[in-house]
Design a protein around this ligand. Sequence first.
Ligand code: AMP
Length: 214
Amino acid sequence: MGPQGAGKGTQASELQRLTGLAHVASGDVLRAAIRDETELGMQAKKYYDAGELVPDEITVGMLLEAIHKVGADRDVLLDGFPRTVAQAQALDEALGRLGERIDLVVELELPIEVAKERLSGRLLCRAHGHVYNERTQPPKTRGVCDIDGSELYQRADDYPEAIEKRLRIWERENGQLVEYYDSRGLLCRVNADRAPGEITADLVALLQGGSVVA
Ligand code: AMP
């Protein structure tokens, strides 16, 4: 968990690489459905483009299916889901039916002003979603990913009004969700206003401490 711009996607890809956990990101699942123009994707598009939460009826089914597709033999790292208490309850019920559970919830803590700054200059690469920032972390060649050479683009919802709206929604929903997981003894907080490598090191230690990673 954490506000947009906290580095959830960056950290999740790194953890997938280091630990073998399967990374399931709700934003990616929704973007793929919108791109492929599936029925649910078409319904989700107007909320997504406006920077609003996609209704639970659409999101929950899509995300449970994405988790299911990973298969029973791999642990899953969820990124961006659940985002509301209703989604968290639906997830717990679905996992309970499978005899599975959430092992650990991490909140990446970042001041809202820093999140806004990171999002407004954010660039992603088409091939793998590697993240850059026009001002604070520019690529070596303008418009090109340093790592895989693919084109860099700005997300459709990374414009000022949508950024403001997404962060307001996050502030509104986050307190209750934090409380939901904290009261179950699952929540750990990590300072996300640091270099990515330092955050990754903390996350790996947390996963090992919780025996999530062998
Ligand atoms: P993200 O890539 O996580 O920033 O998500 C981008 C957009 O996808 C959000 O602004 C929402 O429109 C939608 N979205 C992602 N995850 C969820 C979720 N768990 N519930 C509802 N909408 C979501």
